[in-house]
Each structure stands twice: as structure tokens, then as C-alpha cells.
Design a protein. Structure first.
Length: 406
């Protein structure tokens, strides 16, 4: 089956200059390749206006607006079309840009791949592509998958809703919480496109028992992600500030971003700098190794679509604390396989961390193991199959190839 994916974010190993916010879409696409499908990803990358001056001399602006063929990424065929966002702080294309992008995409496939016809077109971040997808010359089933940023666009530009509903056969969301938020804006979604973890990465029972049978040590807490305001790392530091000279702990912060200097300064101000370690960015393999050593993973961010990092931490036997009413809520069931607190609420987080620190080893192991069990039902193979099955319909509908409007 030919699957064409359009997305705002996608990793390019050879292009470190492009923002790599998440590799979640790649992990799904890679799984489909392993299942025997032909997958092409069209990465529509918008350069932010605020970065225009910094990027002068670094980019070949002559390539903007053209579809570029990139090296395959683990069997996934990758196309890239770069453009410039012309409005300050805006993350959408102007109408004339939408027309040009659609024209460039149609031109590429007519000229370079005249016999190509996808069986299904899957568009992530669909509000970015209003005015583009509706102009593409593909007569196939089309499905849109909403992410957190789409909700803000829908609320700011409600006129995009009927256009999206008229363009796509099916509408989906990355999480159940996102489905609820979209429903409040009048958008009804019919399927989930969730991420999973490679089964080979999930901690075995033997490794789990070894981890949680280790000698008593200062509680090890870890965070991994971008250091930006929405991630609320300052709230984690504030919660831990009350532990100074009272509860021994080690807090490892993995990642980088504009808030790193202020977070380092806050740790110093709170007098806990000696218990905090800021590592900067790490590879996925090194990050997983840090999770295997940690007791607790914390990320209480706001506007979080799903956060693959939560699943990775659960897969390595960590007790995970996430945000209520954000993407992880529903996957984490509070006090069953992890804990949920209000996003950015340092006091609520402090109380939860102190509860964990004082809990018996058996209680800690029980919560952590329930998290591992949850992830064993969310392998990348299972979630990728479920995603595609929901889009294509029942096996009977697959055989008939009948589209289903939604």
C-alpha cells in the first residue's frame, strides 16, 4: 500500500539546522515500512520569521518553495519543501503561499513521479495546510490528525473548521484528551493516532526487578525535553527547593532551550544546585539509560499533545508524573500506573513527590510496574497497526476499498 504523510515535523539526520521537535511521526512511518507498506513523508517546513535574519547566509533560499528529495530514513522516502513564515509569531502560511505550495507539490508528482498515486493521504497538523491539501491532485482517502497546536489555531481561526471537514474523509487526534478539547470547538474526531514504544526497548521483568531491588539511595528524579516555558521545569525546581537539607535527591535535567540559564540560576537561588545536573541534549539511547537509573520521571508541561518521552520513561521502569487534562492523561491513570498533577503546580507536585519518597518500596514497585505493563500494550507495532486500521476501516472495508466520510 502507498501511504503519503504530510507533516510539520520530521527528523532529517543530514539537516541539523531544521528544528527537530519530535520524531514521533517517523517512528510510526518506520513501523509501516516494516509491515510492508511503501511510505513517503512530505515534510512541509516553515522557517520562523524571528529566525530570518539569523539564517541569512546559512540557507539556500532558492530552494524554498520547491520539493526536494532527501535521503531515505530507515526505509521511509522523504521529501522536503521549505518556506518562510512571513507573519511574526505566526505558524501558518499566507493564502498566496498555500496556493504556491500546492502547485509545487502537484508539479513534483506530475513531473518526477507521474505514476504515483497514494492509497491514503495522512495529514498531521492539518490546520497548517488549509488551502493546500484541498488543491492537491490526489484521488484517495484523506485523513487529518490533530495535534496540540491545531487546537489553538481552531480557536483563533474558527473558519478553518468547515474547510477541514470538507477536505478530509476522516478526522483523528493524537490523544483522547485532545479529542475532548476539539469536541468543545465543534470538531468531532473518530479515531486516535497514538504513538508506541519499540518492543525491544521495553524493560524486561528481570531488569525491572534488578532496578527496584537496588540498595536504598537518594531518590533519583529525571526530566527530559526542551527547556521552554510551557514545560514548567521551573515548577519542578520550586517543588524540590523545599527538600534542601531535608530529603536527599538527585535531579537530572536532560535537554536544552531558552530557559536553561534561568533554570540553572533558579537551582542556585534555591540552594539545590549541588543536587541538580543539567546535561544538555542527549541521544535517545543515552536518555533511556538515564531513565533506567532514575526512580521518578517528571514532566508537568502544558499544551502537551502526547509526549513520547512519558512512554519511554514508563518503559524503563520509572514512576511517571504527568499533567492532568493533557495528552498523557488517560494513558496514565492517577495512582494506578503513575501520577497526575495540575500543569505547573509546584505545590501539588511537591506533595506528590513527598508521598512517593515516603512510600514503601512495594508501593513504588507496584506503580512503576503497572506503567511497564501499560507500555507493553502500546508497542509501536500495535499502535501503528491500530492507527492504519482505524483509517482504512474494517477488513471488509479494506477489501472493498470503500471510502467512509466522517
Amino acid at each position: 500500500m502507498n501511504i503519503l504523510v504530510i507533516t510539520t515535523f520530521y527528523p532529517h539526520p543530514e539537516r541539523n539546522d531544521l528544528l527537530r521537535d519530535t520524531s514521533a511521526i517517523h517512528y510510526i512511518a518506520r513501523e509501516w515500512v516494516q509491515q510492508g507498506h511503501q511510505v513517503t513523508v512530505l515534510h512541509c517546513y516553515g522557517h520562523y520569521f524571528r529566525e530570518l535574519i539569523k539564517e541569512l547566509g546559512k540557507h539556500d533560499f532558492r530552494q524554498y518553495g520547491k520539493v526536494q528529495e532527501c535521503p531515505e530514513n530507515e526505509g521511509v522516502k522523504v521529501l522536503l519543501i521549505e518556506n518562510q513564515f512571513w507573519l511574526r509569531n505566526a505558524k501558518w502560511y499566507l493564502p498566496f503561499q498555500q496556493r504556491r505550495i500546492a502547485k509545487a507539490i502537484n508539479h513534483y508528482f506530475h513531473e518526477k513521479q507521474p505514476n504515483y498515486q497514494p492509497d491514503v493521504l495522512l495529514v498531521h497538523f492539518p490546520t497548517n495546510y488549509v488551502g493546500i491539501v484541498e488543491r492537491l491532485d490526489f484521488s484517495c482517502k484523506k485523513a487529518a490528525v490533530f495535534h496540540k497546536t491545531d487546537v489553538a489555531t481552531v480557536n483563533a481561526k474558527p473558519w478553518v473548521c468547515p474547510r477541514i471537514q470538507n477536505t478530509y474523509d476522516l478526522l483523528g487526534a493524537r490523544t483522547g484528551q485532545l479529542q475532548k478539547k476539539l469536541a468543545k470547538s465543534g470538531i468531532k474526531t473518530s479515531f486516535l493516532a497514538q504513538s508506541g514504544i519499540d518492543e525491544s526497548l521495553i524493560m524486561t521483568d528481570a531488569a525491572f526487578q534488578k532496578k527496584w531491588s537496588a540498595e536504598v539511595h537518594p531518590i533519583k528524579i529525571v526530566y527530559a525535553g526542551n527547556l521552554v516555558r510551557d514545560k514548567k521545569v521551573d515548577a519542578i525546581l520550586a517543588a524540590l527547593g523545599s527538600w534542601k537539607d531535608r530529603i536527599p535527591f538527585e535531579f537530572t535535567v536532560i535537554g536544552d532551550g531558552i530557559c536553561m540559564p534561568s533554570c540553572i540560576k533558579l537551582a542556585q537561588t534555591l540552594g539545590i544546585a549541588g543536587s541538580c545536573r543539567f546535561t544538555g541534549r542527549m541521544t535517545r539511547e543515552k536518555t533511556l539509560a538515564e531513565f533506567r537509573k532514575a526512580d521518578v520521571f517528571v514532566m508537568i508541561s502544558r499544551l502537551e499533545t502526547l509526549g513520547l518521552v512519558y512512554l519511554e520513561a514508563m518503559s524503563q521502569g520509572c514512576i511517571v508524573i504527568g499533567s492532568k487534562n493533557e495528552g498523557i492523561d488517560g494513558i496514565i491513570v492517577d495512582q494506578k500506573n503513575g501520577y497526575l498533577v495540575e500543569s505547573g503546580n509546584a505545590e501539588e507536585l511537591r506533595m506528590r513527590l513527598e508521598y512517593i519518597a515516603a512510600a514503601s518500596e512495594d508501593e513504588k514497585k507496584s506503580i512503576a510496574y503497572a506503567g511497564v505493563q501499560t507500555i507493553r500494550q502500546m508497542t509501536s507495532k500495535k499502535t501503528a497497526e491500530q492507527y492504519l486500521d482505524q483509517v482504512l476501516g474494517t477488513p471488509a472495508e479494506k477489501a472493498a476499498g470503500s471510502p467512509q466520510k466522517g
